[in-house]
Design a protein. Structure first.
Length: 225
């Protein structure tokens, strides 16, 4: 069974569906693990670039899972039909790129998404607000930098994850992560406070970022649940 790094293991743990699409699947190790672990029954691995596309096909063939994992060439959700999958994952890209993929998906967007950006998840939490998705689970994985992992589910009304936590801090650092606390998040917030304190000045964007980081630190210190 293929091994995954810590960030993709966290993604794996947040996926359970009948049919799942892994967008930008690269080596297709995640789909193979999802099938082998019984977390999904059928998977579509989507890859645009020729090299990774060939690698994904080899990985699926080597695992003898061609009947349950279909590798499709295409950009984002373009190869996915509306209603074809119950959930999808988009991992290992910048949040701006992931948001663009989600905005272009149209009716192919499934009711559940697991996203792992390689930078701040702020843009994705803002997109979720606009698109009618609620934050159901969050992880922050230590690595070369902290990797956020989010599970979003389509739902109506206000997102209860944001109740009782300051909105700016929750959007930047994660409403559920602020409640969970943990050393990885605390170190990230503290590093932001230290870095921004050196450059922030009233009236600049960096000043607002510093205030957001200080607010997040206060939430962590208060132990809000």
């Amino acid at each position: 069974m293929p091994t995954l790094d810590a960030r993709l293991e966290a993604v794996l743990e947040l996926i359970r569906a009948e049919a799942h699409a892994d967008i930008g699947s690269d080596h297709a190790r995640l789909p193979v693990r999802l099938i082998r672990g019984g977390r999904v029954q059928r998977c579509i691995a989507v890859e645009l670039n020729p090299g990774p596309l060939a690698q994904a096909r080899r990985s699926v063939a080597h695992s003898s899972l061609e009947a349950r994992i279909e590798v499709r060439e295409g950009d984002g959700f373009a190869p996915i039909l509306p209603g074809e999958v119950d959930s999808a994952s988009v991992c290992g890209m910048g949040a701006h790129t992931i948001r663009g993929i989600l905005r272009r998906a149209g009716e192919s967007l499934p009711p559940a998404l697991v996203l792992q950006p390689n930078d701040s998840a702020l843009l994705l939490r803002l997109w979720a607000h606009e698109a009618g998705y609620h934050v159901r689970a969050e992880r922050l994985i230590a690595g070369y930098w902290p990797y956020p992992v989010l599970r979003l589910e389509r739902a109506s009304g206000a997102d209860p994850a944001y109740e009782g936590v300051p909105l700016d801090a929750a959007l930047k650092y994660g409403p559920l992560l602020l409640r969970l606390g943990g050393e990885v998040l605390r170190r990230q917030v503290w590093d932001d406070v230290v870095r921004l304190s050196k450059v922030a000045a009233p009236g600049r964007a960096s000043w607002a970022e510093l205030e957001t980081a200080r607010t997040a630190l206060n939430v962590l210190d208060s132990g809000v649940k």
